[in-house]
Ligand binder design. Structure first.
Ligand SMILES: *Cc1c(COP(=O)(O)O)cnc(C)c1O
Length: 406
């Protein structure tokens, strides 16, 4: 490498599109739930790459799958199918309500496919006017123009010209509000079973059951965006499994490849049957490297050892956060499911989430926010309990710094 290409944090401001404000350090290596930066400083990772590295960094089973596939076959496109894609699809179908799977590369693309499928199904089976999508305020579904438009935060969808039409937003967990806009022109209700980016807000079971019944009554599809909540994050393989409510279409991404980009849209035989050769597609989706890694991740995550271990880890986080809330008055609410946990900042600390992130990094722990007022924890599902304790001790020192600076 020549001097000319030596990089440091300030290189970011010269070469990357200015849509992010990354932390001041540069991670260069990870093992399990520990990460090291370019200066050799060690961190405990409670961020999990935004709920992605569900088995920590460089899990041996994922490394082995990637190494083996990398010496076998990298890419064929979907003009030719591959064995890893067929195996992964079969295993996802066995583990869920679904009969059919489409692989794409990101959460946005899986949702884009889901929304197109919901519209296409309604138009094909029912009426060309059955196109209304009901979605929720504060929802996040991705960054393509369709997915930001279904998402419930105007700040992400404004400023890009005309938006896809016939999308209505109502308050989350408000069944009367859904009922008020639901009619036979509705093709789908789209929701996260726990809102992630919007502030870690779990769904009410009764609300979910009510929405399912309304969808059935009006022949609308129920679409669950499990991009963040899927693959064990909430303590079951998919969050819908907690509620006895089954969606018609489900998307998953983040943890699916444990850090290798891949996403999937799952649906039933009946709904899938409206799609034909050429109706939708992707060049990279179902890439054998990605599918081989995801297959290995699914094999590890979908076991009692991993899923049952999440309850105990959840309890460790919540107990410590409640302690911090009492001791320092920084949090007004602790909520979430499994290892997707949110701590809402109290009135005195409004809009200060980023201060907590910076202080945490200074003390050697990587955390996330979910909006300006919620601290989010989305660690590895197999994080060692002693890493939780050590990381939370570091986090407490960060909280002290923010409190002292206020
Ligand atoms: C992250 C996320 C997305 C978008 O996924 P990308 O891979 O960033 O496109 C969509 N929906 C939910 C619920 C998410 O958390």
């Amino acid at each position: 490498m020549t001097e000319k290409y030596a990089v440091n944090r300030s290189t970011f401001d010269q070469v990357i599109l200015p849509v992010y404000a990354p932390a001041q350090f540069i991670p260069v290596k990870g093992r399990g739930s520990r990460v090291w930066d370019s200066e050799g400083k060690e961190y405990i990772d409670f961020s999990g790459g935004i709920a992605v590295t569900a088995l920590g960094h460089c899990h041996p089973a994922l490394v082995a799958a990637l190494q083996q596939q990398s010496e076998t076959l990298w890419h064929t496109s979907n003009v030719f199918t591959t064995e890893p894609a067929l195996r992964l699809a079969s295993k996802l179908i066995d583990a869920t309500f679904a009969d059919r799977v489409l692989f794409v590369n990101s959460g946005s693309e899986a949702n884009e496919a889901a929304f197109k499928l919901a519209r296409h199904y309604a138009i094909t089976r029912h009426s060309p006017y059955k196109t209304k999508i009901i979605a929720f305020y504060n929802a996040f579904h991705g960054r393509t123009l369709f997915t930001v438009s279904v998402g419930g935060q105007a700040k992400y969808s404004d400023g890009f010209g005309p938006k896809p039409a016939d999308i209505v937003h109502v308050p989350y967990n408000d069944l009367a509000a859904v009922k008020a806009v639901m009619d036979d022109s509705t093709c789908a209700v789209v929701m996260e079973p726990i809102q992630g980016e919007g502030g870690i807000t779990p769904v009410d079971a009764e609300f979910l059951q009510g929405v399912r019944a309304l969808c059935d009554q009006h022949q609308a599809l129920l679409v669950f965006d499990e991009v963040q909540s899927g693959m064990g994050r909430t303590g079951k393989l998919f969050a819908y499994m907690h509620y006895g409510v089954t969606p018609d279409i489900l998307t998953t991404a983040k943890a699916l490849g444990g850090g290798f980009p891949i996403s999937a849209m799952l649906t039933t035989e009946e709904i899938a049957s409206v799609m034909q050769v050429g109706t939708h597609g992707t060049t990279y989706g179902g890439n054998p490297l990605a599918c081989a890694v995801a297959e290995a991740a699914l094999e590890v995550i979908n076991t009692p050892q991993v899923l049952d271990g999440i309850t105990q880890r959840h309890a460790l986080y919540v107990a410590k956060l409640q302690q911090l809330a009492e001791k320092y008055g920084v949090f007004s609410d602790i909520r979430g499911m499994g290892l997707l946990i949110g701590a809402e900042l109290s009135a005195a600390y409004q809009n200060k989430a980023r201060d907590f992130l910076a202080a945490a990094a200074a003390h050697g722990v990587m955390i996330l926010n979910a909006g300006p007022n919620v601290i989010r924890f989305a660690p590895s599902l197999v994080i060692e309990p002693q890493d939780i304790e050590e990381g939370m001790a570091r986090f407490e020192r960060a909280v002290q710094d923010v409190v002292n600076a206020a």
